[in-house]
Design a protein around this ligand. Structure first.
Ligand SMILES: [Zn+2]
Length: 311
C-alpha cells in the first residue's frame, strides 16, 4: 500500500471501516478487523500486539484488545472500543448528564413485551417448555448485529487511526493506543486490560466513544482529570461550525471504557436541542449511518496540540 498523503490513508481507512469492517460483532468479523488494523499501525511504525489472555472469569473468554505502542512508557493512553452492538429493539436518546429518559424506558419495555408475546405465541404453537422459550428469546434478541455503526464506535476507531498517523510524524513515545473489545457487553475489554495492567493509575486515559455526529465536541473530566481536560480543550475555538466544550462530571459510573481508569477523560460529540440540552440519538439502530469527518479532524488537531505541549 502506498499513499501520497496522510489524507489518502485516512480516506482509505474510513472507506474500509464503512464497508468491509463496518460490523465487528462476531468473532470472525473482529479478527478480520484486528488483522487489518495491525497491518496499518505497523506500516505507521508502531508496535502492536493482541492482548488475549483473560483472567477475568471462567465465563469470559474470547476477548481481544489491540494494543498499539508502548503502554509502559506512555504518559497518555488513548482508547476507543472497536466492537459493535446488537441491534436495539427501539430507538432512544442519550442526554448529556441525565439518566435515561422515562419515555425511552417505557418504549423499551413495550418493545421487549411485543417480542415476548410474538415469540411466545410461536413457541406455544410449537409446544415448547418455558425454559427453552426464555433461552430462545434472549438469544434471539442478543444475536442480531446492528448493521450500521458509524457513530458508535467507528468514529472513535477512526479517531485513533488519525491521531496515530499524526503523532507518528512527531515520533512520540509519550502516547500509546488501545482498541478495546466487548465494551457493548459491559466494558469487558477495559476490565480485562485493567486486571492485566494494574500499574496504570499514573497515566491519563482519553477515551473516544461516539464522536462522529453533532457539532458540539464535549471533553469531560472528573475531579482527578478536569485540570488536564481544560488544558486539552479550554479556550479552544472549533472550526467549521464546531463548538468545543469542557465539562466536569463524575465518570465513576460512566457508560464507557474510561470508567475503569483513575485518571480519565471522555470525548463525545452531541447535537443540541431547543432546550439547550446536548444529546446523542440513533446509536444501536440502523440509523447510525452518519460520520462527519470534520469531527475527527477537529479532535485529532486538539489532541495533537496537547501532546506537543506535554513533556
Ligand atoms: Zn460506544
Amino acid at each position: 500500500m502506498n499513499y501520497n498523503t496522510e489524507l489518502d490513508l485516512i480516506q482509505d481507512i474510513m472507506s474500509n471501516l464503512k464497508s468491509k469492517y463496518g460490523i465487528r460483532f462476531r468473532r470472525n468479523q473482529k479478527l478480520d478487523f484486528i488483522k487489518y488494523a495491525q497491518n496499518i499501525f505497523r506500516q505507521m511504525g508502531y508496535k502492536t500486539y493482541v492482548q488475549e489472555k483473560v483472567e477475568l472469569s471462567e465465563y469470559v473468554f474470547l476477548n481481544q484488545n489491540l494494543i498499539i505502542g508502548d503502554i509502559e512508557k506512555a504518559k497518555v493512553i488513548m482508547c476507543a472500543h472497536y466492537d459493535t452492538p446488537f441491534r436495539s429493539l427501539h430507538r432512544y436518546k442519550i442526554i448529556y448528564g441525565k439518566k435515561m429518559l422515562k419515555r425511552d424506558i417505557i418504549k423499551g419495555g413495550i418493545a421487549i413485551l411485543a417480542y415476548l408475546i410474538f415469540i411466545g405465541i410461536l413457541l406455544i404453537l410449537l409446544n415448547c417448555p418455558t425454559t427453552i422459550y426464555l433461552i430462545v428469546i434472549t438469544l434471539f434478541i442478543l444475536s442480531v448485529p446492528n448493521k450500521e455503526n458509524l457513530n458508535d464506535n467507528t468514529s472513535g476507531v477512526l479517531t485513533i487511526f488519525k491521531i496515530a498517523a499524526e503523532l507518528k510524524e512527531l515520533n512520540s513515545s509519550k502516547v500509546a493506543f488501545i482498541l478495546f473489545d466487548n465494551e457493548e457487553w459491559g466494558l469487558i475489554g477495559s476490565k480485562v486490560f485493567k486486571i492485566q495492567n494494574k500499574d496504570v493509575d499514573n497515566k491519563l486515559f482519553i477515551n473516544f466513544d461516539c464522536v462522529g455526529v453533532g457539532d458540539n465536541i464535549v471533553i469531560t473530566g472528573d475531579k482527578d482529570s478536569i485540570c488536564e481536560a481544560k488544558k486539552i480543550g479550554g479556550n479552544k475555538k472549533g472550526i467549521k461550525g464546531k463548538n468545543i466544550l469542557v465539562k466536569e462530571m463524575d465518570l465513576s459510573k460512566a457508560n464507557s471504557d474510561e470508567r475503569r481508569f483513575k485518571n480519565r477523560i471522555r470525548f463525545a460529540t452531541f447535537h443540541r436541542n431547543k432546550h439547550e440540552q446536548l444529546y446523542i440519538n440513533n446509536i444501536h439502530t440502523k440509523k447510525d449511518n452518519k460520520l462527519d469527518i470534520n469531527n475527527i479532524n477537529e479532535i485529532s488537531s486538539i489532541i495533537k496540540d496537547y501532546i506537543i505541549k506535554i513533556d
